[in-house]
Design a binder for this molecule. Structure first.
Ligand SMILES: Cc1cc2nc3c(=O)[nH]c(=O)nc-3n(C[C@H](O)[C@H](O)[C@H](O)COP(=O)(O)OP(=O)(O)OC[C@H]3O[C@@H](n4cnc5c(N)ncnc54)[C@H](O)[C@@H]3O)c2cc1C
Length: 296
């Protein structure tokens, strides 16, 4: 392992302004997109990545939009501070604002992007459980043979194939992320536990729910840092869906989470601690989301 302050490998650096140029450069052997670099540059310094070319994405024209339509649409070149301080994000996607807000410190959030958080595919990345429960999508752009840009859309849930692995192929770039807005009568929450504020989560959890009177008509639950990729907890969701909200119901979900999760021991935590804390986070997240939905 090399010194964490020195880059020991050579690579070519490109800063294209046009998307088509960037996509062409990304077809080169071992080319990687470079956004804020808060993950990738560290990985290069630690010899965990050896790209032959880096293609800087934050200078590409047309990728720095944050649009509020029926969705929240976030371009790949938008830095995290611009997301966390956006009033539409805070009002319409509060769990996303909360997750972005805990990433690193201000310096990190002034450089890092949401696209980078997603594409780095860390099992403990903070925005991923939220994006999953909100049923978010990413646009992936590439070049067709005739040189024009084509875009495919995939759900965040289908984006991860393993720790630090995604469905992205050489020559492809995430260009936008689309997050549905909170509906009336819905609630959403993000919770996490980490060693210190600046550290990656030991466990994180997101909940989205819709309420009809005292009944939970929809609930989606996702955890990070408990499996090789962030995961939805379908069996716990099934247990809660269609039920009258009560302390007893939440307790049964909490018990099930502790039984279902199979986390591992690693440098940040033990499996046992993760299981216990996941149960506490679920209780807090469901309680907060329920209150936000107007439920008692
Ligand atoms: C001190 C410190 C604290 C941190 N704390 C947290 C934390 O609390 N929570 C957390 O989740 N993360 C944390 N991180 C990790 C990191 O800051 C985030 O994951 C950040 O969002 C990465 O964004 P970036 O723009 O810097 O990505 P980069 O480092 O530029 O890229 C990350 C990966 O994504 C790829 N990539 C980037 N953009 C695209 C794109 N548009 N299309 C396809 N691939 C792309 C790159 O090739 C690379 O593989 C921390 C990092 C540091 C250094």
């Amino acid at each position: 392992m090399s010194n964490s302050r020195i880059i020991t490998t050579d690579f070519d650096y490109y800063a294209p302004e046009e998307l088509s140029e960037a996509l062409k450069l990304l077809t080169r052997e071992d080319a990687r997109p470079l956004a804020g670099g808060t993950d990738l540059i560290n990985n290069i310094k630690m010899d965990n990545a050896e790209p032959k070319s880096l293609v800087y994405t934050l200078g590409i024209k047309g990728l720095d939009f944050l649009r509020v339509t029926g969705f929240l649409e976030i371009g790949a070149a938008v830095i995290l501070v611009d997301i966390e301080h956006n009033t539409s994000v805070v009002r319409k996607c509060p769990a996303l604002a909360a997750a972005v807000n805990v990433i690193g410190g201000t310096q990190i959030r002034n450089m890092a992007t949401l696209a980078g958080n997603i594409c780095n595919a860390s099992p403990g990345a903070d925005t991923l459980p939220v994006l999953m429960v909100l049923k978010s999508e990413v646009d992936i752009s590439s070049l067709k043979e005739d040189g024009t840009v084509t875009v495919k859309t995939v759900s965040v849930e289908n984006f991860f194939t393993g720790p630090k692995k995604t469905i992205i192929n050489p020559g492809e770039l995430v260009t936008a992320i689309r997050v549905p807005f909170a509906k009336t009568g819905s609630g959403q929450s993000f919770k996490r536990v980490s060693r210190v504020g600046l550290d990656i989560a030991k466990v994180n959890c997101a909940v989205y729910l819709e309420r009809d009177g005292n009944k939970l008509c929809t609930i989606r639950i996702a955890f990070g840092s408990v499996a090789p990729t962030p995961v939805r907890l379908g069996t716990v969701e099934d247990l809660l869906t269609g039920e009258e909200m009560s302390e007893k119901l939440i307790s049964s979900a909490v018990e099930k989470v502790a039984r279902e999760l199979r986390p591992i021991d690693d440098v940040r935590s033990t499996a046992e601690y993760r299981k216990r804390v996941a149960a506490v986070l679920l209780r807090d997240a469901v309680t907060e989301a329920w209150a936000q939905s107007g439920g008692r």
